[in-house]
Design a protein around this ligand. Structure first.
Ligand code: IPE
Ligand code: IPE
Ligand code: MG
Length: 245
């Protein structure tokens, strides 16, 4: 049974992660198993994304970051990229309305430059249309790569040093964090990767220094609210020491 249905008791029983990251992986394999085109897997994954983001908001998660498209995903066949861009467009046309009742704040992390003007406008509309809400912050990582994010931070900081705004001796870890797309947000406590892959694939490298990882064998389109509950249960069994004893 889903956590939300027994929210009262579960909030006593379990500590909720403040920030969850999800690497939404396995859409292609899900489609392949069904002899369907990969795009059908992405459509199914999109439905799972809507369901799980709403569920996270319902149970009281404060920040959710979902990895939707990486800086390396442009290497895929053009046909697949076109299908993904269409999916993003269809989704973003509805997202502001879709999440209104849940008060979800939508943000995009990643470099928006290569997206079409239409997609860029939809991203802006979603960010501006949801900015005043007070619910869960949903970061959608699109054309996101952690290395790219760090290069961008280095450039911003270097420009600050060059024009005299930043004193080189005062650069510290916060200076770096403040120049990432996730500036001002807590680091993820838990990162979930469905589909059984044991790798980070360029997701939140700096932010995940002390994140707990939960790898699950389910493919993303098959992922349910109960799987999220399970990941939170596993998270609760971990002993986070942050380098202490
Ligand atoms: C994740 O699913 C979605 C994106 C990367 C856009 P995949 O498309 O990577 O699915 P698999 O890993 O091939 O099964
Ligand atoms: C990571 O999955 C990116 C997203 C889920 C958006 P990939 O499928 O691109 O990662 P690799 O290629 O298996 O490392
Ligand atoms: Mg994959």
């Amino acid at each position: 049974m889903a956590l939300f249905k027994k929210k009262q008791s579960i909030s006593d029983e379990l500590v909720l992660p403040e920030h969850i990251g999800i690497i939404m992986d396995g859409n292609g394999r899900w489609a392949k198993k069904r002899h369907l085109p990969r795009s059908a897997g992405h459509n199914a994954g999109g439905k799972t994304f809507r369901k799980i983001s709403r569920y996270c908001s319902d149970i009281g998660i404060k920040y959710l970051t979902v990895y939707a498209f990486s800086t390396e995903n442009w290497r895929r066949p053009q046909e697949e990229i076109d299908a993904l861009m269409k999916l993003f467009k269809d989704y973003l046309e509805e997202a502001v309305k879709d999440f209104k009742d849940d008060s979800i704040v939508v943000r995009f992390i990643g470099d928006k430059t290569p997206f079409s003007d239409e997609l860029k406008a939809l991203m802006k509309e979603n960010e501006e249309g949801s900015a005043d809400r007070d619910g869960m912050v949903l970061n959608i990582a699109m054309n996101y790569g952690s290395r790219d994010e760090l290069v961008r931070a280095v450039k911003n900081i270097s420009a600050g040093v060059k024009n005299g705004e930043i004193d080189i001796d005062l650069i510290d870890e916060n200076t770096i964090s403040d120049n990432l797309y996730t500036a001002g947000q807590p680091d993820p406590d838990l990162i979930i990767r469905p589909s059984g892959e044991y790798r980070i694939s360029n997701f939140m490298l700096w932010q995940s220094a002390y994140t707990e990882f939960v790898i699950m064998n389910k493919l993303w389109p098959d992922f349910t609210e109960s799987d999220l509950d399970e990941a939170i249960r596993i998270f609760n069994q971990r002993n986070r020491r942050f380098g202490g004893v």
